[in-house]
Design a protein around this ligand. Structure first.
Ligand SMILES: C[S@@+](CC[C@H](N)C(=O)[O-])C[C@H]1O[C@@H](n2cnc3c(N)ncnc32)[C@H](O)[C@@H]1O
Length: 237
């Protein structure tokens, strides 16, 4: 029998990534035990918020602009942005718990205080973010899903782009980095269709990284393997 909801009422959303990898080091277990609850953005999971009420971002970040990083991996980019721009608050979503543990170590080391962490699927976060509450979103090296029959699992599809557009403010910026040419194609096709304009005016705008960029783990791997990064910047219309 195919189920379309969990007992909590949550929709049955296919997730094809990994939740857990190698055994965590004791220090990483400690970060998760001691820090994760303190960094929670609020009631995001279905079991604690079955009516999907919008969360209040004020207690988290006051009047600061709020940014969102989707699939932060090991968290190096998010911590870098948080340290560089202390006048914004950044929410990161990542279901891979080893990545979350890595991020928590980096937050401790950097003593960053403007980060909130949701250790789960960004679609749950979209449900409860207030409309037009986010002024910048980062989608950095999303899972490539190279096989044609898997392209519909990509982030640059309606399932993700429609709710993303809803939670972004008018004029908000969306940054997408990818090393997969066919992902560039799909991004340039789908993202404008979902309410964004591509801001590139010349090749350097997508060939060169953003001024405030720090290379992520996945980008390092792509470069080692000879793939070419693309940096796409969109603005919500
Ligand atoms: C290829 S990795 C890139 C990680 C990181 N951004 C980097 O550049 O190193 C893609 C990440 O997206 C995460 N991811 C996949 N689906 C997701 C979802 N629905 N919500 C949030 N993160 C997701 C994966 O767990 C994985 O860590």
């Amino acid at each position: 029998m195919k189920r379309d909801t969990h007992p909590s009422g949550a929709p049955w959303r296919n997730f094809y990534g990994r939740f857990k990898g190698k055994t965590l080091r004791p220090s990483q277990e400690a970060y998760l035990d001691e820090d994760l609850a303190k960094l929670s953005p609020g009631a995001v999971d279905w079991d604690v918020n079955p009516d999907r009420e919008a969360i209040d971002l004020k207690p988290l970040f006051g009047e600061k602009d709020v940014w969102l990083e989707i699939g932060f991996g090991g968290g190096e980019h998010m911590v870098h942005q948080a340290v560089q721009t202390p006048d914004v608050g950044i929410i990161g979503c990542e279901p891979f718990i080893n990545g979350v543990a890595m991020l928590l170590g980096k937050i401790r080391a950097a003593e960053a205080e403007n980060i909130a962490v949701y250790p789960g699927d960004v679609r749950n976060m979209f449900d409860v973010l207030p409309e037009a509450s986010i002024s910048r979103a980062f989608l950095l090296y999303p899972d490539p899903w190279p096989k044609k029959r898997h392209h519909r699992r990509r982030f640059v599809t309606q399932e993700y782009l429609t709710p993303l557009c809803k939670v972004l403010k008018k004029g908000a910026i969306l940054r997408v980095a990818t090393d997969i040419p066919d992902y560039v194609r799909q991004t340039l096709e789908e993202v404008p269709r979902h309410g964004f304009e591509w801001l590139a005016e010349r090749p350097a705008d997508w060939r060169e990284p953003w001024d405030d960029w720090i290379s992520t783990r996945y980008e390092q791997k792509a470069l080692r393997e000879g793939r070419v990064p693309h940096y796409l910047t969109f603005r919500k219309r």
